[in-house]
Design a protein around this ligand. Structure first.
Ligand code: ADP
Ligand code: ADP
Ligand code: MG
Length: 460
């Protein structure tokens, strides 16, 4: 087992990894930018190393400084968390060259699945259904136009290097194709430094359903059931749950099998997520694979009783998976709300600020993942995710009730968050019935915001 792990991340996920290391009796070194010098992970880690100024490009993405920090602190492995360097194949390769174990798949596998257009081709080749779309990348607007004509409108123009819901635009007619294509491409270049684009058929109001997989070095691949992440805003997840109301046991088995097949085809090792869109007829299509720990992993931890970060570390150390497929049972229902420091009333503009007072919910079946503390100032340079409230209960309705209770207890004074909106969603009849698709929020936002204004649950 590793002796000392460097955590190349910040915020709640850095803390999550730090805790897993402590549970395993592994020393921790956390890197940070100057903007995060007073962060909770920095205070709790065995050692903290400043690797640069606030801008992520010069700190959390500063591979040279991070590798040097790992070497000089005597680390034997690096955990990248999510975002930042987690899906950077060159970084994974550099770790290997430096004799540091990257806690995740190899650079080769990250590269293979990181280009979403190439991953589609691989999936198609092994018989995992993909969304109908372009054959690989489209070079320019003219090629996109040809591909869209063949696919049939509406289409979704997507960045091959995309992530976090960025670099993607819907297009409903040939007239708007060129403009939309260029818009999506410039967003991709700005965010990922890569303008490679591809097209998919736009599935109308699908469910987003993803499968958690684990794979070790000994050829074992298992799936830990699904997460329904259909509550999204601008293709970014807001609320996640497991199990999904949309899956019959037969569909769950078929999708789980496809997820394992996808992981095997990629030659996968470590924790990963295979994402699917499920249409109204219950057909499922691969959309991408995330080769890292996912924001919403606690949902799966609740229903399976497994510690996924611990599994990641064990796998990286060469140990076999701690459970076989037959030993995985899903118990009860789990729900997660992402609490972002943003103002839903002002177009979800980020609202960094100082936390004057903090009260976190607790009690049976409640888990909060956050690096906030009273007096902490949220820096404006990073993601607005500031807490995850996760609940577990015997049934979905119990979980919804427990989430209402948890969100009522949550107090974050000093910065505006989306917590009241999440709370109102727990009272929305459509949501309570489990009738959700990726258009849910768009459809209900105005009503939900009105309910927030009244301050009454469900507006009444
Ligand atoms: P998840 O896929 O785990 O549900 P998100 O899509 O919200 O989570 O992404 C988690 C974080 O990682 C966000 O900060 C997001 O901006 C970042 N991220 C995801 N994919 C990429 C990528 N390809 N490049 C850069 N950042 C990414
Ligand atoms: P990212 O890498 O940014 O996470 P994804 O390819 O996973 O991008 O897509 C993000 C979200 O966009 C999905 O969760 C889904 O809601 C929506 N989406 C993606 N592809 C399609 C599609 N072909 N049709 C309809 N919605 C889609
Ligand atoms: Mg995705």
């Amino acid at each position: 087992m590793f002796q000392r792990i460097l955590i190349a991340n910040r915020g709640e996920i850095a803390l999550r990894i730090l805790r897993a290391c402590r549970d395993l009796d592994i020393d921790t070194v956390v890197v940070h930018s100057t903007a995060d010098a007073d962060s909770l992970p920095v205070q709790l880690a065995g050692r903290a190393v400043c690797v640069g100024p606030p801008r992520a490009g010069e700190s959390y993405l500063n591979t040279a400084a991070i590798l040097t920090a790992a070497q000089s602190a005597g680390c034997d492995a690096i955990h990248p968390g999510y975002g930042f360097l987690s899906e950077n194949a060159d970084f994974a390769d550099a770790c290997a060259r430096e004799g540091l174990k990257f806690i995740g798949p190899s650079g080769e596998v990250i590269r293979k699945m990181g280009n979403k257009a190439a991953a589609r081709s691989l999936m198609r080749a092994v018989g995992v259904p993909v969304v109908p779309g372009s054959d690989g990348a489209v070079a320019d607007a003219t090629a996109a136009r040809r591909a869209a004509d063949a696919i049939g409108y509406p289409v979704l123009i997507k960045a091959a290097a995309g992530g976090g819901g960025r670099g993607m635009r819907r297009c409903f007619s040939p007239e708007e194709l060129e403009g939309t294509f260029e818009e999506a491409r410039s967003e991709a270049v700005a965010n990922f430094g890569d303008g490679e684009m591809y097209l998919e058929k736009l599935i109308l109001s699908p469910r987003h359903i993803e499968f958690q997989i684990l794979a070790d070095r000994h050829g074992n691949v298992i799936q830990l059931g699904e997460r329904d992440c259909s509550i999204q805003r601008k293709n970014q997840k807001l609320i996640e749950e497991s199990p999904s109301r949309a899956l019959t046991p037969a569909l769950r088995a078929a999708m789980g099998e496809a997820a394992v097949k996808a992981a095997r085809a990629a030659g996968y090792e470590n924790a990963g997520t295979v994402e699917f869109a499920v249409d109204r007829e219950g057909r499922f299509y691969f959309i991408e694979m995330n080769t890292r720990i996912q924001v919403e992993h606690p949902v799966t931890e609740f229903v399976t009783g497994m510690d996924l970060v611990r599994e990641q570390i064990r796998i990286a150390a060469g140990l076999p998976l701690s459970r076989r497929q037959e030993e995985i049972t899903l118990t009860g229902h789990a729900l997660e709300c992402r609490i972002n420091a943003e103002d839903p009333r002002r177009g979800f503009a980020p609202c960094p600020g100082t936390v004057d007072f903090l009260h976190l919910p607790g009690g049976l079946g409640v888990r909060v993942e956050t690096a906030l503390y009273t007096g902490y100032t949220l820096p404006s340079f990073y993601d607005s995710l500031c807490a995850k409230v996760v609940v577990h209960a015997p049934t979905r309705l119990d979980a919804v009730r427990r989430m209402r209770r948890a969100l009522e207890e949550l107090v974050i004074e000093g910065c505006t968050t989306n917590a009241a909106l999440a709370h109102q969603i727990m009272y929305c009849p459509e949501f309570v019935r489990g009738n959700v698709d990726t258009a849910f929020l768009e459809r209900n936002l105005d009503t939900l915001l009105k309910w927030c204004d009244t301050g009454e649950e469900g507006g009444a």
